[in-house]
Design a protein around this ligand. Structure first.
Ligand code: GH3
Ligand code: MG
Ligand code: MG
Length: 362
């Protein structure tokens, strides 16, 4: 949306940075408080360090405020980390270089990067940290560093260890999150992913007065397929069916597996007539594809709404009723929901936005 950047090539990368920034806010305050306490205790020996601390706190406050309004929050975050690194390096240089008690703190900015950014950015941050450590010790206090390089070596080892641990935790967190929104059998999004997406779409529809179409798909007589071919083959049919549905939709038209052999397709920008057309196309595609070599058919119930009328609960109910009608009429067909005012793209009375979390049942 805001354009590409090396720091965050995708919108997902960018939302990860913003999300991580929000979640580490408290932890960062605890970390800053710990460092402030250490400096307070060390004041009789290092009185001037409070200037650096004050600058650091000002930096954090500035970053937090600007990230909320910037079109490129990842850049603000990266600048903030860079400023922290430079302030720490200044403190290290002024307090003894390789003998500075603050030397290990130079590891912290790279750990902050590892908690937010993709691996290429983390590699760059580690390389920069190594260069800054070398400059603050070997560069400025050359003789002292050569005489006793052990603190520098220990700090470099700490850098590798801390960044590795943060990266491992980050990978585990991402894996856990993708499992929470992806259906393991088909790889499609599950109903948990539907909640934020539909909320976003309904808010967008309010602003733009665009229609949104939802389509409920259910495999016909699927129980018989399990009974005749076995449950594993039934699973293979569902996997292939998911692939067929995905293949015949555009990238922004999303398919969710609601459970069992029931899928929901969300079509932003389409009214009821457009939705029925897509439904018919999917129906024909599945019939022709014979997922996992078994001839199957699907029935679809299609509903649509526009602007303020886009809300999950009423649209799902309408699509479900239409699906029931498709089944009753003989299956293997797409049926449009009966229209209420405002549900097909025409203007109707202003509606309320329903609490979709409750409606979806999460
Ligand atoms: P209808 O045309 O009315 O939809 O008939 P149906 O047989 O498809 O409907 P019904 O709801 O009676 O059966 C759905 C079946 O789907 C029952 C259940 O065993 C099967 N099923 C649900 N989840 C899975 C799954 O993950 N894998 C497999 N293989 N089968 C599943
Ligand atoms: Mg079924
Ligand atoms: Mg069913």
């Amino acid at each position: 949306m805001q354009g590409e950047s090396w720091l965050c090539p995708t919108e997902l990368d960018r939302s990860r940075v913003v999300d991580a920034n929000g979640r580490v806010r408290t932890i960062r305050m605890v970390g800053t408080a710990a460092i402030a306490l250490a400096l307070l205790i060390a004041t009789p020996w290092l009185g001037w360090t409070f200037i650096l601390l004050a600058l650091s706190i000002a930096n954090f406050v500035n970053v937090g405020r600007r990230m909320e309004t910037s079109a490129h929050p990842e850049r603000i975050s990266a600048y903030g980390v860079l400023i922290t690194l430079l302030l720490l390096a200044t403190g290290v240089i002024l307090s003894g270089g390789p003998r500075s008690p603050a030397l290990p703190w130079l590891v912290l900015p790279a750990a902050m990067v590892a908690a937010r950014f993709r691996s290429q950015v983390v590699i760059a941050a580690v390389a920069l940290t190594v260069a800054v450590i070398a400059a603050a010790t070997l560069g400025v206090h050359t003789a002292a560093t050569i005489r006793d390089p052990v603190p520098v070596i220990a700090t470099l080892a700490l850098l590798a260890a801390v960044v590795s641990i943060v990266l491992a935790l980050q990978a585990a967190e991402l894996h856990h999150r993708s499992e929470a929104i992806l259906d393991p059998l088909t790889g499609l999004l599950n109903r948990h992913a539907l909640v934020p997406r539909f909320l976003e779409l309904s808010l967008q529809a309010r602003v733009t007065n665009q229609p949104v179409c939802v389509m409920l798909c259910d495999v016909d007589n699927f129980k018989a397929i399990n009974d005749d071919h076995g449950h594993d083959r039934g699973d293979a049919v569902l996997r292939d069916l998911a692939y067929t549905l995905r293949k015949h939709l555009r990238s922004f038209e999303l398919v969710y597996r609601l459970g069992g052999e029931e899928f929901l397709v969300v079509l932003p920008g389409l009214d009821l007539a457009g939705g029925v057309e897509v439904g018919e196309r999917l129906r024909a595609a599945v019939e022709q594809a014979q997922p996992s070599g078994i001839p199957i058919t699907i029935s679809l119930g299609v509903s649509a709404a526009i602007g303020v009328h886009v809300d999950y609960e009423s649209m799902f109910k309408a699509a479900d009723t239409a699906l029931y009608e498709a089944k009753r009429a003989g299956r293997n067909r797409a049926v449009a929901a009966r229209l209420e005012p405002g549900e097909d793209g025409s203007a109707g009375p202003a509606g309320q936005l329903a609490p979709i979390e409750a409606a979806i049942g999460v």
